[in-house]
Design a protein around this ligand. Structure first.
Ligand code: SF4
Length: 197
């Protein structure tokens, strides 16, 4: 049974075909968005500890869960009084998808298992808007995360490509040229039309 990188959940939720390209075919291309994301992560990817008032921050912490077969790295784990929670740093501003919440919840599931605690809330930090979003780790988000872990595991085991469906998200996708979803969609439509004649 394959272990699942936490980042794969985020990519699967954004687009299953992108997840397939990255984690089955092992293909990755940078674009302006991913390079900006890498630059942003440079500080949080450097292991270390710092103090901000009553908050202690631990950067670049490895996480894993035997229960869910997950592993990955949290940008930042914060400790405030008796609370411990992950903070995931993101480029840009809050998007239309739940992929960031999903990734954060998966980090919290690992941390809960490792520390034997319950984490009710965690945070997303969006660099462009400098906003921190509090994310409630409620049962709906937990269920959605666990279901996505199973979906990604099935994708890794099955190794068959899911459909590449052209949509709004393709505009910023660094793998567009490997996928060509709009061109493939047009080609499929053309073939179907020819078959009908
Ligand atoms: S271009 Fe669109 S369909 Fe293709 S991998 Fe990216 S998001 Fe998915």
């Amino acid at each position: 049974v394959p272990e699942i990188p936490i980042a794969a959940l985020n990519h699967f939720d954004f687009c299953p075909y992108r997840c397939y390209l990255m984690f089955v075919v092992c293909e990755f291309e940078d674009n302006a968005y991913t390079l900006e994301g890498t630059r942003l992560h440079q500080r949080s990817d450097t292991p270390g500890q710092s103090q901000r008032g009553e908050i202690t921050q631990f950067r670049s912490i490895w996480l894993s869960s035997e229960t869910y077969g997950l592993y990955g790295r949290a940008d930042v784990i914060e400790m405030k009084n008796d609370q411990i929670y992950p903070v995931e740093h993101k480029r840009g501003k809050k998007g239309d998808w739940r992929n960031d919440q999903l990734q954060l919840c998966a980090q919290a599931l690992c941390l809960e298992e490792m520390l034997k605690i319950r984490i009710p809330t965690a945070y997303l930090y969006y660099a462009e808007s400098h906003q921190r979003e509090e994310v409630s780790l409620d049962s709906a988000l937990r269920d959605y995360t666990i279901q996505t872990i199973e979906n990604v595991r099935a994708l890794l085991v099955d190794s068959r490509p899911p459909a590449a469906i052209y949509g709004k998200r393709c505009k910023g996708c660094s793998l567009y040229n490997s996928c060509l979803p709009r061109e493939m969609m047009r080609a499929r439509e053309y073939v179907l039309k020819e078959e009908d004649q």
